[in-house]
Design a protein around this ligand. Structure first.
Ligand code: G1P
Length: 295
């Protein structure tokens, strides 16, 4: 059995939900407190045992490449000023085996993943979407890899969402359980309207896939929103080999949405060693003043 050592992070999207902030800046570089969202994803990959990461980029994404490179001028400056803690932070993001490929045309998530074909070769791999940050005792990507080591099958992370929100997600039609939390799937559908959705189990941005997905993606026609959808290719894969859904029990933070981004910033801020006390006091005071104005 081949080990799962490679991750693909699609990061070519325009980030239209965050305009004008993302007009000239990669949305993946928007920080949660002081760390770019994409760094959380890279850290999850490394903590899960991934050795090589491919980031699929597009226009305005150079800052991502620079972030994971050394910055000699900055490092020298911090060293000279004795700012060793900051120097350590800056150096944490270098030396990781990160590779880049550009998606020349924004034809959809399936098309972005197809750009990873040569990088992945004939190995199982993971796809990690930057809009979803996950928290659990064992990183979700690690959970998917551990599952693969038992089943040798593609496995897609899912979570229940409010039924009225199904049109924002890929949704599964769940079948019986293989084991606790691991479901067989009848069908994968991209962004169904609530009245057409086969369940409220949504795909949440972590996928473990076998390399046979590439052959399917090469012939995949455009689906929902006129885009080449990864969900549609997974549905086809499920017809020739088993694809499981893993019901994630940890916490998911949607940083691809403005409200989700703010909520995540507050939650992470309340856990940040430098921020937490000040932020807590601020929130309590804010709550009190809101109560006053409502009276
Ligand atoms: C993508 C996928 C969708 C999935 C979602 C999770 O959609 O196409 O199946 O449920 O990510 O965040 P997007 O949010 O890019 O429109």
């Amino acid at each position: 059995m081949k080990k799962v050592k490679k991750a693909v992070i699609p990061a070519a999207g325009f980030g239209t939900r965050f305009l004008p902030a993302t007009k000239a800046m990669a949305k993946e570089m928007l920080p949660i407190v002081d760390k770019p969202t994409i760094q959380f994803i890279v850290e999850e990959a490394i903590e899960s045992g991934i050795e090589d990461i491919l980031i699929v980029t597009g226009k305005s994404k150079r800052p991502i490449e620079d972030h994971f490179d050394s910055n000699i001028e900055l490092e020298t400056n911090l060293r000279d000023k004795g700012k060793d803690d900051l120097l350590k932070l800056v150096q944490e993001t270098t030396g990781i085996r990160i590779h880049f490929v550009r998606q020349s045309y924004p034809l959809g998530l399936g098309h972005a993943v197809l750009q990873a074909k040569a990088f992945v070769g004939d190995e199982p791999f993971v796809v990690m979407l930057g809009d979803d940050l996950m928290k659990d005792e064992v990183p979700l990507t690690r959970q998917l890899i551990e599952g693969y080591e038992r089943t040798y099958a593609s496995t897609i992370a899912v979570m229940e969402v409010p039924h009225e929100e199904t049109s924002k997600y890929g949704i599964i039609d769940p079948d019986n359980q293989l084991e606790e939390g691991l479901l067989n799937v009848r069908r994968f559908v991209e962004k169904p309207k609530p009245e057409d959705a086969p369940s409220n189990y949504a795909i949440i941005g972590r996928y473990l896939l076998t390399p046979e997905i590439f052959e399917i993606l090469e012939n995949q026609e455009a689906g929902a929103g006129g885009e080449i959808q990864l969900t549609d290719a997974i549905d086809t894969l499920n017809k020739t080999q088993r694809v499981f859904a893993k019901n994630f029990k940890g916490q998911r933070f949607d940083v691809g949405d403005k409200f989700g981004f703010l909520a995540t910033s507050i939650t992470y801020g309340l856990q940040h060693p430098e921020m937490k006390d000040k932020l807590k006091d601020y929130i309590i005071a804010l709550g009190e003043s809101l109560e006053q104005t409502e009276k």
